[in-house]
Design a protein around this ligand. Sequence first.
Ligand SMILES: [Zn+2]
Length: 127
Amino acid sequence: MPVIRPQFVPPGSMFKKTLTTEQRLRKDAKVLRAFIAVYCRVHHLRHGAAVQCREQGRDYCAECHALLHYALQRNDRCPLEPKPACKDCDVRCYKPQMREKIREVMKFSGIYYVKRGRLDWLWHYFF
Ligand SMILES: [Zn+2]
């Protein structure tokens, strides 16, 4: 079993104010949907990938749709309270392959949204 540090709060975290679990899940889900959608649009849909699914006004190819639901499920099942940023967490609940994918998405889309002034959606909250 990995060592769990339930009291751990990342230094400089903008989430010091405690969200309820439900608020956190809603916020994280919104960020995940937005981040994966923009990554998919630029890397897959624009290059001819088929839209597998449209959810809440955003389109995803099959691969990204699977990634989105994987990430939402991991997030839902996070055993830590308060949940740390994934990059600061020792649990490593993502499969290595999915972890690599989501890191790539967060990096790309984090830069994309920061350039558009969404500083409140800092990607390193996740990875
Ligand atoms: Zn995609």
